[in-house]
Design a protein around this ligand. Structure first.
Ligand code: FES
Length: 92
């Protein structure tokens, strides 16, 4: 799957079982993160297109947030090409 960071125009590939966060790091892109297990919400970002599934049963997102397109990249696995908004992302 191809992940695009809308603001920066950066792209990277993410394939299961890697999470979006892990795939970004492998591509040299650091997204905000802390717990990396879907509870702290540090990594929350808006996905304006695409689809994900979660590797844990209850990621820390409300139903409304899910409907609005928010995802937790640390536990999200892309199931379609994704566009995400992550203004705090950096390259390393
Ligand atoms: S890093 Fe804590 S929820 Fe993603």
């Amino acid at each position: 799957m191809k992940i695009t960071l809308a603001g920066q125009g950066w792209t990277f590939d993410a394939e299961a079982p890697d999470t979006v966060l892990e795939a970004a790091e492998q591509a040299g892109i650091r997204l905000p993160s802390s717990c990396r297990n879907g509870t702290c919400r540090t990594c929350i970002c808006l996905s304006t297109s695409g689809a994900v599934r979660y590797k844990i049963e209850w990621p820390g997102l409300s139903l409304d947030e899910k409907r609005e397109g928010y995802i937790l990249p640390c536990v999200a696995i892309a199931t379609a090409d994704l566009t995400i908004e992550a203004p705090a992302a950096s390259q390393f």
